[in-house]
Ligand binder design. Structure first.
Ligand code: NAD
Length: 254
């Protein structure tokens, strides 16, 4: 493993533009289960029944049953791995992160350049009038939370059930996220792919795009993802691997 870490650290020192693609596995050590694990959300809730816009429109109260459970899980803190990635950005080593996560933990750890490819659980919107609400406000509302915007001509509150701004399974990736990820990926010559099974399209295409540009793929995962065809697989826990990688780079610099 030491040899792989040294090689990865050397490639990172030599690279001109390093980006990262992260997934649920970077937040499991913060206490948020990934979706595929035995204690994950989809072991309990069928995504087709609970995590589609169609399901939300048909029965928002039922979907809010699941969302309320998710909220508990999302009241978590970034782990040392999130913080190491923020430090790498501050040091000019990491250009930015494309994350499939909706938990906002990269930003909480201090990362500035973050593209939330699947949206965010930090804001909510009214599908009727488009009013946006921060999570802090929604947390204090009754369940399911209703839009409080007053309709014109004294018609009372809008009263539509709010939806979190993360992408449900049958929704399109927001154009802003597609454009942000494309800009970040442009000219990247190394991508760190951490804690993702790379099963969700189109995020799964991003590492291959870097490879097509002549770039390298370094993976951090509990088990290598064969389809990724990483140049180096650092097999182990995200927080340990990324902090060790960071300190290996720092030691070689000093
Ligand atoms: P996934 O659940 O498909 O895969 C998680 C991957 O992380 C697996 O390959 C697993 O081996 C690895 N992993 C788990 N714990 C790890 C650890 N401590 N260190 C290193 N690797 C670890 O997740 P995905 O690929 O991100 O795709 C699932 C979808 O679910 C995404 O769209 C994501 O938005 C969503 N999701 C988000 C969160 C979150 O915001 N924290 C949580 C669950 C799911």
């Amino acid at each position: 493993m030491d040899q792989l870490l040294n090689q990865a650290a050397q490639w990172m020192r030599e690279a001109n533009k390093i980006i990262a693609l992260t997934g649920a596995g970077v937040s499991t050590e913060s206490g948020i289960p990934d979706f595929r694990s035995a204690n994950g959300l989809w072991a309990k809730y069928n995504p087709a029944e609970y995590a589609t816009l169609g399901a939300f429109r048909a029965n928002p109260v039922k979907v809010w049953g699941m969302l309320s459970e998710m909220e508990e899980v999302l009241r978590t803190e970034p782990n040392v791995g999130h913080r190491a990635m923020a430090d790498m950005e501050a040091e000019g080593l990491l250009h930015g992160i494309i994350t499939q996560n909706i938990d906002g933990l990269h930003q909480e750890a201090g990362s500035k350049e973050v593209v939330e490819f699947h949206g965010s659980s930090r804001t909510f919107s009214c599908l009727q009038c488009g009013t946006s609400y921060p999570r802090e406000k929604v947390i204090s509302m009754e369940r399911p939370p209703l839009c409080t915007k007053q309709t014109p001509m004294g018609g009372g509150a809008c009263d539509t059930i709010l939806k979190p701004d993360f992408v449900f399974f049958d929704e399109m990736i927001p154009m802003s996220a597609i454009a942000g990820a494309a800009k970040m990926t442009e000219k990247a010559d190394l991508i760190l792919v951490a804690g993702t099974s790379c099963e969700v399209y189109p995020a799964s295409e991003i590492p291959q795009q870097v490879r097509a540009q002549g770039g390298r793929i370094i993976e951090i995962n509990l088990e290598p993802v064969p389809e990724l065809r990483a140049d180096i697989s650092l097999v182990g826990k995200f927080s340990k691997m990324v902090t060790t990688l960071h300190s290996t780079i720092q030691n070689a610099r000093s």
